[in-house]
Each structure stands twice: as C-alpha cells, then as structure tokens.
Design a protein. Structure first.
Length: 269
C-alpha cells in the first residue's frame, strides 16, 4: 500500500463494528488520522483504548439525528483541521415483509441509512471541497436491485446511490471524488442488528457467516478503490451478475431473486 493515506483525515461513521472498525484497523497503520462515531459509548471507549494518542477521535452520535452529526463533524474538523475523506458507513438492515412490518421500521432504516449519509455529507462538504477529497457511501446490491423482506433497506440504498450520483455530477469540476461501494453479504453484526417487523433486533443471522467475505476483506477493497478514485465498486461476482441481469432481464431476475429468498412460500433469507 502506498502512502496515499498518510496524514489524511478520514471520517468514518459507524466505526465501532464490522466494516467501519476494519477500516479503522487498516487505515491507522497507514498513517491516517481517524474520526469516528457510533451509538454505543462502551464500544467507542474500547476503541479509544486500542488507539491511544492523537490519531483517533471518537464521538457518541446517532447519524439519523442532525444535531449529533453536526457535533461529530464540527468536532472532527476542530480536532484535525479538516476532512480529506468521508466514509458514510453507518447503517442498519431489516428483515420483514412490508405487509407485516410496522411503518416505524421503514422510517428508522431510512433515517439511519439515507438521512445519516445526507447529514454528514452536507456538514463535511465545504472542508472536503477545500481539500479536493473523497466522499464514500457504503451501499449494497439492494441499492441496484430491490430485495424482498428488505423494502425499507432497498429504498434507503437506492436513495443513497441516487444522492451520491447527483452529488458526484455537481462536483465534477471541483476535484472531489464521490463514490459508492457495495460490499454484498459480509460477515458482520448487521444481520444480528437487523430490525424485524416490530422494530426489535433480529438477534441472529440466517446465513452461514463463515462463508461470507470478511469485514477486513471489504475494508481492503474499499481502501484500494478510494486510492484509485473509483466511481463505484461492487465487490462480488454474484452481485455484479445480479445487477447486470436486472438491467438486461428484469422479469427473469424478479423470479430468480424470489426463488433465492423464498422456499415453499416462506422467506428464508
């Protein structure tokens, strides 16, 4: 890895778990200064203890709350002098049919995944433009192809993709790179924390986590894409195939996706 990230300030939302934590663990040894936020104060405290000194700044914040985001972004700029890279990583999933789901589940998923991305991006934008930096959205194949049982999640990721594509076009002449990455199914806590129909956490995963891409692998691919100033990155062959099938044969893809997620009329994934 080059010295691309040396002395750069990287702001990562949702850095206490999963891909966010893996990004921090990878970037700090590369010389980056990291600001991160999360809702769990204990996890952030543990993270601060892992990286004592002046390379890590943590703030307890819920990205769906604009005031929390303002506190986080402003304190990050104050601590490190500016922002070179913003990685909108914080997110939550769901697993419930719309017919069964409480409407608040949809609203909560949208507020964290989409509103959180908008809040932090808007607040960090002037500093990133000044430094000709990078804005990243951690999206999903669900942002290209709607997935059953994840209506709110798919809607939020479609919204993130559209928001970032529009922003990328606005900023084409500024030197800022805007990109969105789609990790696919990754071994992380996101399925355990996924909301079910009543808004409580699923608490378990229906997938074989051992067979999935690790958070560390996702972080490495994301970091490489940032350095190369990519536009988009879809990590897995299966997800790339899904996106292209959906573009070329949407009706067939409806049936294939349905068969993948349902067995004997019951949602299994």
């Amino acid at each position: 890895m080059s010295d691309f990230f040396k002395n750069k300030t990287v702001v990562i939302t949702g850095g206490s778990d999963g891909i966010g934590k893996a990004l921090i663990d990878t970037l700090i040894p590369l010389g980056a200064k990291i600001a991160t936020c999360g809702r769990n104060a204990d996890k952030l405290q543990k993270l601060s203890q892992q990286y004592p000194g002046n390379t890590l700044h943590t703030v307890v914040a819920d990205v769906s709350n604009y005031d929390d985001c303002e506190k986080f972004i402003e304190s990050s700029i104050q601590t490190f002098g500016g922002i070179d890279i913003l990685i909108n990583n914080a997110g939550i999933s769901m697993r419930a049919l719309l017919q069964d789901a409480d409407i608040e589940v949809i609203k909560k998923v949208m507020s964290i995944n989409f509103d959180g991305t908008v809040h932090c991006t808007k607040l960090a934008l002037d500093s990133i433009i000044e430094r000709k930096g990078t804005i990243v959205g951690v999206s999903s194949v669900a942002g290209f192809r709607g997935l059953p049982g994840r209506t709110g999640y798919s809607a939020s990721k479609f919204a993130v993709n559209g928001f970032l594509e529009a922003l990328r076009t606005e900023l084409l002449d500024t030197g800022v790179n805007v990109m969105w990455v789609c990790p696919g199914f990754t071994a992380s806590n996101i399925r355990n924390a996924a909301l079910v129909k009543d808004g409580t956490q699923q608490g378990k995963t229906p997938l074989d986590e051992q067979s999935l891409m690790t958070a560390e692998e996702c972080a490495a691919l994301t970091i490489k894409a940032i350095e190369k100033r990519k536009r988009t990155l879809i990590y897995t062959v299966a997800d790339k195939r899904t996106v292209w099938l959906n573009k070329l044969f949407p009706g067939l893809t409806d049936k294939l996706v349905r068969n993948h997620f349902f067995k004997n009329g019951t949602m299994v994934k």
